[in-house]
Design a protein around this ligand. Structure first.
Ligand SMILES: [Zn+2]
Length: 279
């Protein structure tokens, strides 16, 4: 599996000189399976640049959406393959409280966007899995999902292929003040022995309690999850849109120090646009 980050920012894009090292685009990760299958996690603004790569191919595209908040669908109208005649695009929507499975398409209609989704030349298929389906196959990979703790809910995903595993858990509040969908220990099982866990780390303890209930995690709590699941690598993800490069670097170092204190075997880094890992 080849995993590449195209958008690592939460909530809102962050262009500007202070946001270059980690990047300003919102959520999008590309997973290229060993069998050549292309899986995309979320369609934030980062998917625009990924589209410039995938437009050169003609194979099926599988897009897994966590939920429909803007920062996870906003890049889709600028994803070049949707304008490619005959291109097959399969979209699995997140399990949200409001089951608006085609929200990603309907943003291309009415007063929101000049090109209506009904005129697209690609074949876009919304594959809404029944509620009780928690696992299925895409290409040679096994996909599993688990409900996020987030306002409006949504899905987190794991992808396993040839003995390698990624857990993609963003917009997830590990310890929410509202009724949670998934307990911390269930997250530990979900991410168990992952080769890479990508987890929301938008906040620091200093942001609390002001931002409790906004649907994102404190970085230290995300690190605790990664260590508990005995993941090999962790990417801090969904960076706060106001967090500068220097501030993210400081969070990264702080989290690495926690790992050193407990002598855990976890390699931690802050996700950055363009970073690509071979698993
Ligand atoms: Zn969200």
């Amino acid at each position: 599996m080849q995993v590449t980050f195209y958008g690592v920012r939460g909530s809102c894009p962050s262009p500007g000189a202070e946001f270059i090292k980690y990047g300003g685009n919102t959520a999008c990760v590309h997973v290229e399976l060993d069998d050549g299958t292309d899986i995309i996690l979320d369609a934030g603004t980062g998917i625009k640049n990924l589209g410039q790569k995938l437009i050169k191919k003609t194979n099926d595209i599988h897009l897994l959406l966590t939920h429909n908040h803007w920062d996870h669908i906003q890049g889709f109208p600028f994803f070049a393959p949707i304008y490619q005649a005959g291109r097959n695009i399969y979209i699995t929507p997140g399990q949200t409280t409001l089951a608006e499975n085609d929200a990603i398409l309907r943003q291309m209609s009415g007063s929101y966007f000049p090109v209506d989704y009904t005129t697209l030349k690609s074949h876009i298929n919304i594959i809404a899995k029944p509620v009780d389906i928690t696992s299925w196959q895409i290409g040679s990979a096994r996909i599993c999902r688990l409900p996020m703790n987030h306002p409006g809910s949504g899905s987190s995903f794991s992808i396993e292929e040839n003995g390698k595993k990624i857990a993609y858990i963003t917009d997830n509040e590990l310890y929410p003040p509202y009724k949670k969908s998934t307990d911390f220990l269930d997250w530990v099982e979900f991410a168990r022995d992952a080769d890479l866990i990508i987890h929301d780390a938008q906040y620091m303890l200093a942001d609390m309690p002001h931002k409790a209930g906004w649907g994102h995690s404190v970085a230290e709590e995300a690190v605790k999850l990664a260590m508990g699941s005995r993941a090999k690598r962790m990417a801090l993800y969904s960076h706060d849109p106001v967090r500068t490069d220097d501030e993210i670097l400081a969070i990264e170092k702080h989290c690495q120090e926690i790992i050193e204190i407990v002598d855990a075997k976890l390699v931690l880094f802050a996700a950055a646009e363009g970073l690509s890992l071979s698993l």
